[in-house]
Design a protein around this ligand. Structure first.
Ligand code: HEC
Ligand code: HEC
Length: 319
């Protein structure tokens, strides 16, 4: 297991600072290299409503950088004013996920962003309309010409947004500083919470640099929460919608737990309103256990140490 973690660590180039390599979770690097000019163009597009069909929403409507990188509601609202069918995941640290989206339907950030434009639960637009619209903007066109040899194209729009998304990391969570052997960054209660997280087996699914985001697992290994919730719909089948294999029914990408304290509500259906509810559901569905009040309390204390910083300020849920 440790060898595997070391391979992941070296391929994601995170070894800039020493940290405790005995642990199954590793810190977010404090800096990442990006092409600044491209990332700046991407940052502009991130808040640009012209990408959406009715010019009414931007990436930042659902992925609010001041609110944990998500939107604090069960379902975001599309350009055509209908509700999305799954809860918005945070865009922070998405670059470290092995696939994108709850069901892993996009292999890369490039693919993910390409589909946002046309997804009718998101921008509900056509790429040709986006290009026509943006090419009327002389300043933007000039900036694209300066930054890319072939100027304003679909691929370059995607590339710029990906480059910006690559800057959206949240280093310096207190837990990361603990992994880097800094003294007095976590209380005894929080460290106990981490031990409970490992001892109960949460760590078997939520680990690695993103504390999740690196494997698929069935939601409901021990207990069928979705049956209890009722109204099972197509999206609840998760991975099966991509593979058409019965075997993949109710299988999802294990979500990252980074910044989880500021990204309520939880689960792909947004049905867990509080972190305590999410923890309790996990105990029942994934581990077959009724967690004690003290276990939930300690786990929550630990999860709250996973909140990192963006632009040198701790993330906040802004709700
Ligand atoms: C209407 C709300 C909405 C808008 C607008 C939106 N997103 Fe999302 N985003 C979502 C939802 C919901 C998902 C999960 C979709 C799924 O799992 O099928 C998601 C998933 C993602 C993911 C994958 C994250 C993960 O952990 O799997 C990334 C990256 C992302 N969006 C980036 C963007 C970017 C960049 C834009 C603008 C080009 C954008 N989104 C616009 C709601 C939105
Ligand atoms: C067998 C794998 C597995 C184990 C073990 C597991 N989880 Fe999860 N966890 C998942 C999956 C899969 C989801 C997404 C479920 C969904 O929404 O469909 C998830 C979701 C979550 C969420 C919600 C995240 C969000 O952004 O919506 C939290 C919080 C969480 N887990 C915490 C825990 C804790 C705490 C434990 C231990 C008590 C634990 N998990 C054990 C697989 C697992």
């Amino acid at each position: 297991m440790l060898a595997l973690f070391n391979i992941i660590a070296s391929t994601t180039a995170i070894a800039e600072t020493e940290y405790n390599k005995q642990e199954p979770i590793f810190p977010i690097p404090t800096k990442v290299e990006v092409n600044e000019a491209r990332a700046q163009l991407g940052e502009k597009l991130f808040t640009d409503v012209r990408l959406s069909k009715d010019k009414n929403i931007a990436c930042s409507s659902c992925h609010q950088l001041s609110a944990g990188g998500d939107d604090n509601v069960a379902f975001g609202i599309s350009s055509s004013a209908d509700h999305h069918i799954v809860n918005t995941p945070s865009i922070f640290n998405a670059r470290y996920n092995f696939r994108q989206n709850w069901d892993g339907s996009s292999n890369t950030l490039q693919e993910q962003i390409e589909t946002v434009i046309t997804n009718h639960h998101e921008f509900n637009n056509q790429w040709s309309s986006v290009l026509t619209e943006l090419s009327q903007d002389e300043i933007l066109t000039r900036e694209f010409n300066r930054t890319y040899n072939d100027g304003l194209t679909k691929n370059n729009i995607i590339d710029a947004i990906v480059e910006f998304a690559n800057t959206l990391i949240t280093p310096n969570a207190r837990f990361d500083r603990y992994l880097r052997n800094e003294d007095n960054v976590m209380t005894k209660k929080e460290i106990d919470g981490y031990h409970v997280f490992k001892d109960l087996g949460c760590i078997s699914c939520h680990q690695g640099i993103n504390i999740g985001g690196n494997l698929y697992q069935k939601f409901g290994v021990f207990y069928n929460y979705l049956a209890e919730r009722g109204n099972i719909s197509k999206v609840d089948y998760g991975r099966m919608n991509q593979t058409s294999r019965q075997f993949d029914a109710f299988v999802f990408k294990v979500p990252s737990l980074r910044n989880v304290a500021v990204t309520a509500p939880y689960l792909h259906d947004g049905s867990a309103k509080t972190i305590e509810q999410a923890i309790t559901i996990m105990g029942r569905t994934q581990l077959g256990r009724s967690l004690t009040e003290n276990e939930v309390y300690l786990l929550k204390a630990f999860l709250k140490t996973l909140t990192g910083e963006y632009k040198n300020k701790p993330l906040d849920d802004a709700s």
